[in-house]
Structure formats: C-alpha cells, structure tokens
Design a protein around this ligand. Sequence first.
Ligand SMILES: [Zn+2]
Length: 90
Amino acid sequence: MGARIMVEMPHVRPVIDGRWHITNLTRWPAPGATVTTICGVSETAEYSDTPPQEVVRTCWHCDFVYRKEAGIPWYGSSPHPATQAEEPSR
Ligand SMILES: [Zn+2]
C-alpha cells in the first residue's frame, strides 16, 4: 500500500503573474484547461514541481471577495488593500 497524497481543493491556489489567487475548483484542472479565479482572472492550468523563483504575493482582490463571501471581517489598521490596489491583472 502506498502513501495516498490528499489535497483539499479549497487549499489549491493558482499562481498567476506572481500572485496567489483563490478559485472555486471542485477537481484538478487538466493541464491546458482554463482556470478562473474569484477575482475574475482566467489563465491556462499548468503544473510544476519546482517552487516559484520569485516572491509570491497575495491577490488582495481574491482575498477581498473570499472574505466577503465567507463573512470574514477585515481587522487591518488601514482599509483592505483591494480597496486601494489596481484592478487584477488581465
Ligand atoms: Zn485574484
């Protein structure tokens, strides 16, 4: 019996243009399939077994949408970054 690798889909975060995004995936997208994030960015799914070579940052637009849908308030000392950042790329 081998080691079964389990991944919970809500924890899968696609990295697009150096930002962690959030999706509503229910299953692994096939390589080449289109993945759409909750902030509205769409990109082709690809897989890599090497870590990113750059610092990966949070997509604040996804964070904002996720918090709103889950009812999670923002307790930052300043307004949520998505209210001050430019629109998501693409
Ligand atoms: Zn996003």
